[in-house]
Design a protein around this ligand. Structure first.
Ligand code: AMP
Length: 187
């Protein structure tokens, strides 16, 4: 399975990606996780990404695209992958198409986890208490949702137009949402 996972911050993409990776036997590739690991390790990539992340803005496409291109070329992604948090704008979606074309493969499905902004804001504020992420503060959450609405939400129509979109309600128990996603993909 070659899939992208869409949905606003706080919809549960990371949680669901970790579960779907077991179900489908393909690696979950989270651009946010890769950036955070680089920030933690103080790498040049992390240094470049950090100020954007802390402001709730997208890391520039040339940095992000190069990172994803390299990751998708790794051996474990040859049989499939689940991209969590990429693409985040139409330019990245076009770039992903080009990466996949170069690898001689195609995307199978774009799964969108839907959740309203009030709900995800509450979840992210709760997560802030547990994980202490630098970008889970109220003003940064607001900015991330704004970026989602402006830059990422148009991808729903982009993938729907290609017949690849499945949408699943992100409200409810974690297990329920996982089952909805598995059922939606099987359809
Ligand atoms: P996430 O963990 O997916 O919420 O991502 C955390 C932050 O990493 C985002 O707010 C962005 O600053 C950055 N980031 C993650 N994925 C991307 C992407 N595809 N393009 C640009 N920036 C990204």
């Amino acid at each position: 399975m070659r899939a992208v996972l869409l949905g606003p911050p706080g919809a549960g993409k990371g949680t669901q990606a970790a579960r779907l990776t077991e179900r489908f036997g393909v690696p979950a590739i989270s651009t946010g996780d890769i950036f955070r690991a680089n920030v933690k390790g103080g790498t040049p990539l992390g240094v470049k990404a950090q100020e954007y992340m802390n402001a709730g803005q997208l890391v520039p496409d040339e940095v992000t695209n190069a990172m994803v291109r390299a990751r998708l070329a790794e051996d474990d992604a040859a049989q499939g992958f689940l991209l969590d948090g990429y693409p985040r704008n139409p330019e990245q979606a076009v770039e992903l198409d080009s990466m996949l074309a170069d690898l001689g493969v195609e995307l199978d499905v774009a799964m969108e986890i839907t959740a309203d902004f009030d709900e995800v804001t509450q979840r992210l504020l709760k997560r802030a208490e547990i994980e202490g992420r630098a970008d889970d503060t109220e003003p940064v959450i607001r900015k991330r949702l704004e970026v989602y609405a402006t830059s990422t939400a148009p991808l729903t129509a982009f993938y729907a137009g290609r017949g690849l979109l499945v949408q699943v309600d992100g409200l409810g128990e974690i297990d329920e949402v996982t089952e909805r996603l598995v059922a939606a993909v099987a359809r």
